[in-house]
Design a protein around this ligand. Sequence first.
Ligand SMILES: C[S@@+](CC[C@H](N)C(=O)[O-])C[C@H]1O[C@@H](n2cnc3c(N)ncnc32)[C@H](O)[C@@H]1O
Ligand SMILES: Nc1nc2[nH]cc(C(=O)O)c2c(=O)[nH]1
Ligand code: SF4
Ligand SMILES: [Mg+2]
Length: 248
Amino acid sequence: MTLALATTTPGEPEVFASLQGEGASMGRPSTFVRLSRCNLACEWCDTAYTWRFSGDNRFHRDDLAFERKANQVMAEEADVARMVADLPPDRLVITGGEPLLQGPQLARMLAALDEARPGMHVEIETNGSVAPHAVLDARVQQYNVSPKLSHSGNPAELALVPERLDAWAADPRAWFKFVVAEPADVEEVRALKERHAIPAERIFLMPEGRSSDVIRQRSGWLSDICTREGYRFSDRLHIHIWGDTRGT
Ligand SMILES: C[S@@+](CC[C@H](N)C(=O)[O-])C[C@H]1O[C@@H](n2cnc3c(N)ncnc32)[C@H](O)[C@@H]1O
Ligand SMILES: Nc1nc2[nH]cc(C(=O)O)c2c(=O)[nH]1
Ligand code: SF4
Ligand SMILES: [Mg+2]
């Protein structure tokens, strides 16, 4: 059984220990597993190498067939579990790409992990447009849900699935993390918050930016909006420490 993972060095699955750089667990030592493939195609995606393979695969869900692709490695679920178990952190962050596209494979990987190293805390980074597989869902402690606003360039009918947003809003494990590039983007956050009854204390606003300079520039007005409107602010700690570097 295999998982499609991103690679940092050719042939090597992108599994690494770092600090969680964003959201509710920022600063916590965590092991990251980065999967490949995505059902969306954000214009500013900082990990487009996980899904933008040869040619243009925007919005073609049938492209999710698991053949070998550049920047992708197929790894045995048990081998991924062993790599995670051998790293020091007791927390796991599963990201991508869109990890919820590989729910059954992740559920099996986590079952193997529980054999090798029981009790790890599991967080999933997701764009929030896909329902989690039931067996996987039962093993997850935290969802970091990042619904995509119009500046991402995704069609709203793919990115913002109303019944999914209602389900995340009702799930106490879910934290919302909206990427914001301009003050006007926050209007869309306000509308989603009202429409789906998302509690403001579970909403982070995070500046779009792949460099410390851009993040810092946008943090001024974004932190003012958070202070006025009761949202939480999320920095991007890993970018300040390591820059936009794979495997950090
Ligand atoms: C690469 S995504 C992978 C997980 C999932 N596909 C998602 O979008 O949530 C991980 C996180 O990085 C955020 N992100 C990606 N590119 C970014 C950028 N240029 N600036 C700020 N955040 C970004 C996403 O919104 C998401 O919260
Ligand atoms: N350090 C670090 N923290 C992160 N939190 C979410 C990340 C992601 O790409 O999903 C990420 C990442 O890539 N690196
Ligand atoms: S949903 Fe996530 S992985 Fe997919 S393109 Fe957007 S930011 Fe990148
Ligand atoms: Mg990242």
